[in-house]
Design a protein around this ligand. Structure first.
Ligand code: ATP
Ligand code: MG
Ligand code: MG
Ligand code: MG
Length: 471
């Protein structure tokens, strides 16, 4: 009998509670008092005030299972075995309390004694200058030296600008040769799916100043993060996170709705099925946390994920709106751990219905128009769609820029993004002057569409070539 995802979450929290950690429920996906971040993307993100010493934590040891969104991973979703835009991060934290030895020792205890992971399949990466971490892995844990992989600053040193920072050590699971790329130097850190990184232990021990100096912190911190879906993938011995019990439950529903066979491979239909499965999780959780579809910031991320899912539904031949009903599956499997989903069930349903209906009245028209545009480009031996046309698709048919880009990419074309942005700016200016002349104070939203969207712009190029062809 394999351990379910919900069961693993509970085991983790109980384990750390047994080590005197205060267990707190997940923070919202919307960052509080943190303008640097659009959406919470790690367990430590909402705990920054404690790490920075600006606020006193309820306990020097904490554990959470944090809802996370990483739109930066959107192009991996459906293609790798391990990436989702929404995932849960199990975390253990020490605010100036225990440090490396306990962090690694307890982590090891949890995976090898509580979960009984086969020891000979586990590897650890360390920051190449962190001799202390190497010693712990070698002498306290007894991990053979050849399974301790030193990596450089890019991989194993955590820092964002100035402030607290430090080396990290990551734990990998070897899923076996059949998942490997076969290269002789394939080891943790390789891009293939053989060695799955699943637990990052960050040792925040320095402060970096403006001049680039690293000063040791008097009270170093621990911040660990383990993807719950990845842990479940390993424990349930399945090929990808999409075959983990709770996620597979949603995926099966997508398969049923579409009537397309899921082959669990690299066919375009398989990828569309996984994309919808992933995006419905993200949008359901986002709406439950109070985010509404809009044309900027978080609301734009939501709209983009939602419309992208709707379009992949079309590609699979799903007739009519389906996302609102699909969200019920997400609530079914995650509702016990996240009561806010249950509480806002009707609200989530309503928002999804309104937004999807709004889009479905124009999606067919918009898609037909893109294809006409591409035909024209093709006839003129051109590949770049003008900013004016990309803007028209956005403005008239509700196609987020990235969606248009995705469709163009599938047909070896690209969008004139600069031209699009100019049209966008022009529209904003017109709206602003209209507003001035009207003296309508209700229109107080001046933010531009991409405000705070640094990690979500111009990505999401999927290659689904063959799905859509130019008639
Ligand atoms: P990867 O290299 O696989 O993209 P990462 O190094 O970006 O992962 P971290 O920032 O170290 O990830 O986050 C800590 C943990 O969170 C990871 O070890 C992994 O278990 C999990 N995780 C990170 N990104 C994702 C994702 N997109 N989907 C699911 N789990 C994730
Ligand atoms: Mg990553
Ligand atoms: Mg990594
Ligand atoms: Mg990592």
């Amino acid at each position: 009998e394999k351990l379910g995802l919900n069961e693993l979450r509970r085991m983790f929290q109980e384990f750390y509670e047994g080590k005197d950690h205060y267990a707190r429920k997940s923070f919202s996906l919307i960052p509080e008092k943190d303008k640097s971040l659009l959406l919470i993307n790690s367990g430590m993100a909402p705990l920054k005030p404690y790490f920075a010493g600006l606020e006193t934590p309820p306990s020097k040891r904490m554990t959470t299972c944090q809802k996370c969104i990483r739109t930066g991973d959107i192009e991996n979703v459906g293609y790798t075995a391990r990436h989702a835009t929404f995932f849960e991060m199990l975390g253990s934290f020490s605010f100036g309390d225990y440090f490396k030895v306990e962090s690694i020792t307890w982590g090891w205890e949890f995976i090898t004694e509580v979960l009984d992971m086969p020891v000979d399949r586990l590897w650890a990466s360390v920051y190449e200058e962190d001799h202390e971490a190497v010693e712990i892995w070698k002498n306290i844990i007894g991990l053979p030296e050849e399974r301790i992989v030193p990596l450089g600053k890019d991989d194993n040193f955590w820092e964002i600008g100035t402030g607290p920072c430090g080396p990290c050590s990551e734990i990998y699971f070897d899923r076996g040769e059949k998942y490997g790329c076969g290269k002789p130097d394939c080891k943790p850190g390789c891009e293939c799916d053989r060695y799955v990184e699943f637990w990052n232990h960050v040792f925040t021990q320095f402060n970096r100043d403006d001049a680039g100096n690293y000063t040791p912190l008097a009270h170093p911190n621990i911040d660990t993060g383990m993807g719950l879906e990845r842990l479940a993938c390993i424990m349930q011995e399945v090929d990808s996170i999409f075959n983990v019990d709770t996620i597979q439950y949603i995926l099966k529903s997508v398969v049923e709705l579409s009537g397309v066979e899921y082959k669990d491979g690299t066919a375009n239909t398989d990828i569309s099925i996984r994309i919808i499965t992933d995006h419905i999780r993200s949008v359901t959780f986002m709406i439950a946390d109070g985010i509404l579809p809009s044309n900027e910031g978080r609301g734009y991320v939501l709209r983009r994920l939602l419309r992208r899912a709707a379009r992949h539904g079309k590609l699979l031949g799903i007739q009519g709106s389906f996302l609102a009903d699909l969200s019920k599956k997400v609530i079914e499997v995650s509702g016990s751990a996240y009561p806010e989903l249950e509480e806002r069930r009707d609200y989530i349903h309503k928002i999804l219905t309104v937004e999807e209906d709004k889009f479905s009245t124009t999606i067919d028209q918009g898609t037909a128009i893109i294809h006409d545009y591409m035909k024209e480009l093709n006839a003129a031996s051109q590949t770049i769609l003008s900013g004016e046309k990309v803007f028209k698709l956005y403005d008239t048919y509700g196609f987020p820029l990235e969606l248009t880009q995705e469709i163009l990419e599938e047909n070896s074309c690209t969008a004139d993004v600069e031209g699009f942005n100019e049209h966008m700016l022009h529209q904003k200016e017109q709206a602003r002057s209209a507003r001035k002349s009207d003296e309508d104070e209700g229109w107080s939203d001046d933010a531009t569409m991409f405000a705070g969207l640094e990690d979500t712009t111009f990505i999401g190029y999927d290659t689904l070539s063959g799905q859509v062809s130019i008639k």
